[in-house]
Design a protein around this ligand. Structure first.
Ligand SMILES: Cc1cc2nc3c(=O)[nH]c(=O)nc-3n(C[C@H](O)[C@H](O)[C@H](O)COP(=O)(O)OP(=O)(O)OC[C@H]3O[C@@H](n4cnc5c(N)ncnc54)[C@H](O)[C@@H]3O)c2cc1C
Length: 339
């Protein structure tokens, strides 16, 4: 387990100790992050668990460098900037972040829900909000050299600046591969794209953009070895014809796509239909004290979008506030009156 704790130093004790909060949120994508803010707005303590080492869900994993045009109030916002703003906003709730932590089990003890984390602490909570999106992402592995993972081999690039001045090899032919190529090109010493087919899956416009930048693209070619003396230094690329070339590389980005799976969550005792958790108009699942919001929540007419998740998060947390304190009002009051 990699516990990031809070993005800033936590004073709540070691993450190896069990944690007790009013609400536990499973999933630190945009919906979970906004829900964390909202829990604070309702005076609830909150822990937020994600199996990825960074918050931001699909945005961070798949399109941090893309502009998003349909988030209310932002004519255009870079994925990465939206996530930063959500994290900043959530700070008001002082959430306990458990990043790099997969939620695996759910029990009930002493009138609390108990979420078990793989190799981590239990989280005890009065209520749970599941914002697990399309599930836990598992990156498709690079067949050659997977043992370099975390030591030069990465699946996504949360901080571009770490690769300034490096030789980078990006593997893949989809939109994400090209996004990384275009984002890294201005700061890296060199960027080479390696793709095992002759044609790319990515949109023509970004392929053209990369080509206009002069990025070297090796097609019908595969990375067949990663080498270095403790530190990644070079990759071997082999073409379909069997020609071999060695390229310098301190980073290899394997952008080969992800598989997503709800995994253990599906067996937590609520109704799941086509990988979506059935909810009612309060975002309650069919199991007491468990709510769902965002992509993972399903009901007739559901539209899976960031803005939908924000509204659902507010509905879920306001209903949780009343569940935990029946004297509380469902309507929270207007945040603009709260200064
Ligand atoms: C390429 C691309 C472009 C997109 N563009 C847009 C756009 O322009 N506008 C728009 O509105 N939407 C867009 N979307 C969709 C948008 O990203 C999703 O609707 C949004 O991310 C859903 O947010 P979420 O928080 O519900 O779930 P997610 O973002 O999927 O986050 C869920 C989180 O839960 C975590 N998780 C799952 N299971 C567990 C577990 N057992 N334990 C711990 N953690 C777990 C995952 O690791 C993940 O981080 C796009 C999606 C893609 C892939």
């Amino acid at each position: 387990m990699r516990t990031a704790g809070r993005p800033e130093p936590s004073d709540t004790g070691s993450p190896s100790e069990n944690i007790s909060v009013d609400v536990v949120i499973v999933g630190a994508g945009p919906t979970g992050l906004y829900a964390a803010y909202y829990a604070g707005f309702r005076g609830l303590s909150v822990a937020i668990v994600d199996s990825l080492p960074e918050s931001g869900g699909q945005i961070t994993a798949m399109y941090p460098e893309k502009q998003i045009f349909d988030v209310a109030g932002f004519p255009a916002v870079l994925g990465r900037d939206l996530v930063s703003a959500l994290v900043e906003q959530a700070k008001q709730a002082d959430p306990i972040y458990l990043l790099g932590c997969k939620a695996t089990t759910l029990d009930e003890r002493d009138d609390k829900l108990v979420v078990g984390i793989e190799d981590g602490p239990d989280v005890h909570a009065g209520a749970m909000l599941i914002t697990a999106g399309i599930g836990e992402f598992t990156p498709r592995p690079l067949p050659a050299g997977n043992e370099w993972l975390g030591n030069g081999l990465v699946h996504f690039v949360p901080q571009l600046d770490k690769h300034r001045g490096q030789d980078v090899v990006v593997v893949g032919g989809g939109d994400s591969a090209f996004d990384w190529v275009i984002a890294l090109h201005p700061i890296a010493a060199s960027v080479t794209l390696v793709h095992r087919r002759a044609r790319f899956r990515a949109a023509q416009a970004i392929v053209r953009q990369a080509s206009d930048l002069g990025v070297r693209m090796m097609t019908d070619a595969e990375v067949t070895a990663l080498r270095g003396d403790g530190k990644l230094a070079e990759v071997e690329v082999t073409t379909k014809q069997g020609d071999r070339e060695v390229l310098p590389a301190q980073t290899v980005v394997a952008a080969l796509g992800f598989t997503a799976d709800l995994g253990p969550i599906e067996s937590w005792g609520f109704h799941v239909d086509h990988r979506q958790i059935t909810v009612d108009t309060t975002m309650a699942t069919t199991r007491d004290r468990i709510y769902a919001a965002g992509d993972v929540a399903g009901y007739p007419g559901k539209v899976k979008l960031i803005s939908t998740g924000f509204g659902e998060a507010a509905t879920a947390i306001n209903n949780i506030a009343v569940l935990l304190n029946p004297d509380a009002h469902l309507f929270p009051g207007h945040s603009s009156n709260m200064e």
